[in-house]
Design a protein around this ligand. Structure first.
Ligand code: DP6
Length: 326
């Protein structure tokens, strides 16, 4: 067997996935929409090696054991099953951005792993099958497989729950200005959070309205209507955090600087700078704008108290193999 290397981008959810209909299969309680982030990536090399007596995982050159290795090993076993092999693998993964800070490192990690592992095991999966496989590693990873603006149709079972491109990366020059306020490990993983969603009284209302928000978001992308996008993206993020804050136990991911940014973005929008915020399961804030406002927005964000740094990212491509770099 040969080694294979794949590169995948994380994605920022514009309409969030929060809560599972089927946790074992990662079938989400609602569909979601996201954007791949070109400047950020995970590069993973996988080698199924008959000399190995167990799976090995290296992240940024550090040998990893415990729960993360178990999660990767479980995932590799699915690939082994598909390829009808029993060989263990060595996985070398590099992120060019801080992990576990609400930047969806599990999405790019499992997307890259899906492609590198299947290629190394001599399996050729089409985009839908690859997206389904990535979903088994981490729900949002299925959205990092296709390019650009992506929808994950919730589906009902393993076969019909996958993601596809709504519009290619070059379709709309949206920019994600990521304001980092904390780069440490987050207090509660999103995997644990999904299980708590249904303990909030608000989750049912959030889910009931999800088809409407999905349509508004999709239409806003198709028509490049930033005002409509801004309204639905902020509403959807606020709804998810309302569910988090009212679950049992409650989840509060925001830091004071998170709220400072939320206030500032709303104020800037009222005074003529079209921007909106969205926040995943962490304290950092993603602020979206159109290309022409990128410099101004990033500069304003950098001046806010509590902002450590601002990373800007543009619409990114699909998960892909890196030929010749294995
Ligand atoms: C808040 O896909 O990270 O980022 O499937 O357990 O790995 P697991 O969860 P994950 O959840 C993502 C949650 C979110 C919203 C989103 O990306 O849609």
């Amino acid at each position: 067997m040969t080694a294979a290397t794949a590169l995948a981008h994380p994605n920022i959810a514009l309409i969030k996935y929060w809560g599972d209909a089927n946790p074992a299969l990662h079938i989400p309680a609602n569909g979601s929409i996201s954007l791949n982030l070109a400047e950020l990536y995970t590069r993973s090399r996988v080698y199924f090696d008959s000399d190995l007596t167990s799976d090995q995982l290296y992240i940024n050159d550090e040998n990893i054991s415990g729960a993360p290795l178990e999660r990767v090993s479980l995932f590799l076993s699915k690939v082994r099953e598909m390829a009808e092999i029993t060989t263990f693998a060595q996985v070398n993964s590099h992120n060019n951005f801080p992990a576990s800070a609400g930047l969806a490192s599990s999405a790019s990690a499992f997307a890259a792993l899906s492609l590198a592992a299947t290629a190394s095991a001599n399996l050729k999966l089409d985009e839908v099958k690859l997206s389904r496989l990535a979903r088994m590693g981490s729900g949002s990873a299925c959205r990092s497989i296709p390019a650009g603006f992506v929808e994950w149709q919730a589906g009902h079972d393993d076969v019909d729950s996958y993601a596809y491109t709504i519009a290619p990366p070059e379709y709309w020059d949206l920019v994600d200005c990521i304001a980092l306020v904390d780069t440490g490990t987050k207090p509660s993983s999103s995997s644990a959070g999904h299980n708590l969603a249904s303990t909030s009284l608000l989750q049912a209302a959030r889910l009931a309205d999800a088809p409407r928000r999905l349509k508004l978001c999709k239409d806003a992308i198709i028509h490049k209507d930033f005002d409509q996008l801004a309204e639905v993206v902020e509403l959807d993020s606020n709804l998810m955090h309302a569910v988090m804050l009212t679950s049992s136990p409650p989840l509060l991911y925001w830091k004071p600087a998170t709220v400072t940014i939320m206030h500032a973005v709303r104020e800037w929008r009222l005074t003529g700078l079209p921007a909106c915020y969205t926040i995943d399961a962490g304290p950092n804030v993603h602020i979206l704008c159109q290309g022409e406002y990128e410099m101004k927005l990033a500069e304003l964000l950098r001046r806010l108290p509590g902002v450590i740094t601002v990373i800007t990212a543009h619409p990114g491509g699909s998960t892909r193999l890196e030929i010749g770099s294995s």
